[in-house]
Design a protein around this ligand. Structure first.
Ligand SMILES: [Zn+2]
Length: 264
């Protein structure tokens, strides 16, 4: 069916770079034309969870969504609407957190990935904004790429992108709602940041301590780090480099190059 539709849509005007290639904003026939122009789809996954009293609950979806919007402007990759909820077990006791169980996430991510692949895409770039999603994404990607030459690239953007920029501007350690994330939000959505509420918090523990009963003791205020030295300039530096690296990744995928290097 897709093959026939693609032929039928030869006449349809190709999507140009001035039109934002958001998957869900295209009509059916425009989608078919746009999908003919690229092998790459971009999926944003985030979380809705407490980020201290100075950052919004949607921080982990707002930041990767911003990066995806830059990708949409600069490449032909098609950007799907974001999956806003993630596994936020750690911060479930904080008001406003909406958490989805890993079992549900694995099924959801896998189904979305398989749907995207069925439409002829070869590469899915996941811009993940939240650490709690990583294991579910990996398991979903393993299932979704079992057949054919399908590839899922999981970009844990806060640690995989802009490493050099982070090293050059961030003065404290990274964490949760810390200097880096706060700076990025000050750049992307300053209207949602309340710096007067920013507090520093760091709880040290040896080994990995897992206990529902001690979650708030491990992460008081849902903060781990020191956001007080954050600035929009630092955020700008990080986001700019992150954007460049993502655009490079997608352009390389369009040429069939995977981000794999062999060293002898
Ligand atoms: Zn976050």
């Amino acid at each position: 069916m897709w093959r026939e539709l693609r032929v039928k849509c030869q006449e349809v005007r190709a999507v140009t770079r001035t039109e934002m290639p958001y998957w869900h904003e295209l009509t059916h026939s425009k989608f078919v034309a746009a999908a003919n122009e690229t092998e790459v789809a971009v999926v944003v996954v985030g979380a809705v969870e407490a980020h201290g009293n100075h950052l919004p609950l949607g921080t982990d979806v707002i930041l990767p969504e911003y990066l995806a919007s830059r990708v949409a402007e600069r490449t032909r990759a098609l950007v799907l609407p974001p999956i806003p909820f993630g596994n936020s077990w750690t911060f479930e006791t904080f008001e406003g957190t909406v958490s989805v169980k890993p079992q549900t996430l694995i099924s959801l991510y896998r189904d979305v990935m398989e749907s995207v692949f069925r439409h002829g895409f070869r590469y899915i770039v996941v811009i993940n904004g939240h650490g709690g999603n990583y294991s579910s994404l990996t398991l979903a990607a393993q299932e979704a790429t079992n057949n054919g030459e399908r590839v899922v690239i999981i970009v844990n953007w806060w640690r995989d992108l802009a490493e050099g920029a982070r090293r050059s501007v961030i003065e404290t350690y990274d964490g949760h709602a810390a200097e880096d994330e706060t700076s990025e939000m000050m750049h992307v959505r300053p209207d949602l940041v309340e710096m007067s509420q920013a507090v520093s918090s760091r709880t040290l523990h040896r080994y990995t301590v897992v206990s529902a009963a001690y979650r708030e003791e491990l992460y008081p205020s849902a903060v781990y780090g020191d956001p007080r030295t954050a600035s929009p300039e630092k955020g700008h530096t990080i986001m700019e480099q992150a954007e460049e690296e993502l655009v490079t990744l997608i352009n390389e995928l369009e040429r069939g190059q995977l981000p794999i290097r062999h060293e002898i």
